[in-house]
Ligand binder design. Structure first.
Ligand code: MG
Length: 467
């Protein structure tokens, strides 16, 4: 009798428990996931402790990597700011949208008349069509004329600087001095809320802290509806303005202090998700927009084991740290498969249950199968390296074929066509130090053919950056 009673009790408890799990799973599945992109500016592949930096301590970013997916072959769409961001937000190579630039106009400047064309569709516009609230905090750099601002590109809210933090330099201070001994008043950069300038020059020492407060507020205010937050730090792009709370903390000097504050900021974002019960239904991506600006020596970052820097098409210019995090959404794993910021748009749309536009060429792949742990291999197996509007190289599998050489620190570009293309096996030679073209003529041929096929899909459009 007693035994029967226990059996019944056990069965009832189990049934109720299973029902609760089912209900909870249904709730999670029916709610669209939230998305957060945290983008840093000019941070290198070797500037985080989880990617091997020995003196910069980034425990919050490291935790994201340990609990989520750390990608080690992840590429941005271009080796400098403006085209890289255009590729990220549209899922299209910037050469297709007129945002690739030319040898002499590689990014937008405060006086530029161009910007991301209105017919381009951003992640924000597409998620908005699927019921998302959208906010952009931080650096924009896709056009500062009124018609090109974030609020005209799918974002419900904007708080940030519309271009780089080293622009709008006053005439009386030469650029090298302004970078070496920066003062806020040297750079007349505007801080904007939506379409209004609220501070000029922006006080940059507290920028990361204020951006973070804004990001946390976006999370808190939108906890009951799906949201997309594009959080793009202006740092660690020079001039480096450390926050008093972080100054002198890192053995790496001011650059390290800046990265450690960004790490603190990541911790605040993750904490806000947890505090608001959103940590199981939010996908957070941490990436950089291009390689480190080595021209500025200790004020710039490190490419780690990679060759090259911001401004060139060696790995150090375009391969960036990329971490995907999201409890219940992202299966923890180390991913050595290729991926790109171009893939974020189709991946988010897939996770949100939305549809991709069919009237244009997209250059991204849906990585959601890999993120969810259902797929071992990345759907991306190739990558096209653009230097402004020129195809500088192509990768397929482990092989990279380079058609041009550049200055290894990126500036001046010194971009020259090679007499014969150089071939590297990136899986075995991460530093591009061993040209194996003469040993593998058949691979060279196959990659040349791939480059030709790709180039045939590119149509001529008006360049926006030289306007
Ligand atoms: Mg940049």
């Amino acid at each position: 009798m007693k035994k029967e009673y226990y059996k019944l009790f056990f069965l009832t408890v189990t049934t109720v428990f299973l029902q609760l799990i089912k209900l909870n799973a249904q709730q999670i599945n029916s709610a669209k996931p939230n998305f957060i992109i945290i983008l840093t500016d000019d941070q290198g592949y070797g500037d985080l402790s989880t990617y091997g930096n020995p003196t910069i301590h980034t425990p919050n970013i490291d935790r994201m990597a340990a609990e989520g997916q750390k990608w080690t072959n992840f590429y941005v769409a271009a080796n400098v700011c403006t085209p890289s961001r255009a590729g990220l937000l549209t899922g299209r190579l910037p050469i297709r949208s007129g945002m690739a630039g030319t040898a002499n106009h590689r990014v937008l400047f405060p006086g530029s008349k161009g910007g991301l064309p209105a017919n381009e569709l951003t992640i924000a516009e597409l998620l908005k069509q699927n019921g998302y609230y959208t906010a952009h905090i931080g650096k924009w750099h896709l056009g500062s004329q009124p018609q090109y601002l974030p609020t005209h590109n799918g974002f419900d809210y904007y708080f940030g600087i519309p271009y780089s933090n080293d622009m709008d330099l006053i005439d009386s201070v030469p650029y090298p001095k302004a970078i070496a001994e920066p003062k806020n008043e040297y750079f007349r950069v505007p801080l904007m809320r939506n379409e209004s300038v609220i501070e000029r020059p922006a006080v940059q020492n507290t920028l990361t802290e204020r951006y973070t407060r804004e990001a946390v507020s976006v999370i808190e205010k939108n906890k009951n509806r799906p949201f997309f937050l594009y959080f793009a730090h202006n740092m660690p792009h020079v001039p480096l303005f450390p926050n008093a709370r972080f100054k002198g903390r890192s053995k790496r000097g001011t650059y390290g202090d800046i990265i450690e504050e960004i790490d603190w900021s990541v911790g605040q974002v993750l904490k806000a998700l947890k505090d608001n019960g959103l940590d199981k239904n939010t996908c957070v991506v941490f990436i950089s927009d291009n390689g480190p600006w080595k021209l500025f020596k200790e004020l710039g970052g490190s490419s780690g084991p990679l060759f090259g820097a911001k401004g060139n098409s060696y790995e150090g210019g375009v391969r960036v740290p990329a971490i995907f995090w999201g409890r219940g959404l992202v299966a923890p794993r180390f991913v050595a498969e290729p991926g790109s910021t171009l893939d974020i748009l189709p991946t988010f749309l897939s996770l949100a249950g939305g549809k991709l536009p069919q009237d244009r060429i997209l250059d991204g792949y849906d990585l959601s199968g890999v993120l969810r742990g259902k797929q071992e291999k990345s759907p991306r197996d190739e990558f096209y390296y653009y230097h402004a509007d020129v195809l500088a190289g192509v990768r397929k599998g482990p092989y990279k074929l380079l058609f041009y050489s550049s200055n290894s620190i990126g500036y001046p570009a010194d971009f020259k066509k090679l007499d014969t293309p150089a071939l590297f096996n990136l899986d075995e030679d991460i530093s591009e130090s061993n040209n194996i073209a003469s040993k593998h003529p058949e691979v060279v041929k196959a990659l040349e053919l791939l480059a030709e096929k790709h180039s045939a899909t590119v149509e001529k459009v008006e360049d926006q950056l030289s306007k």
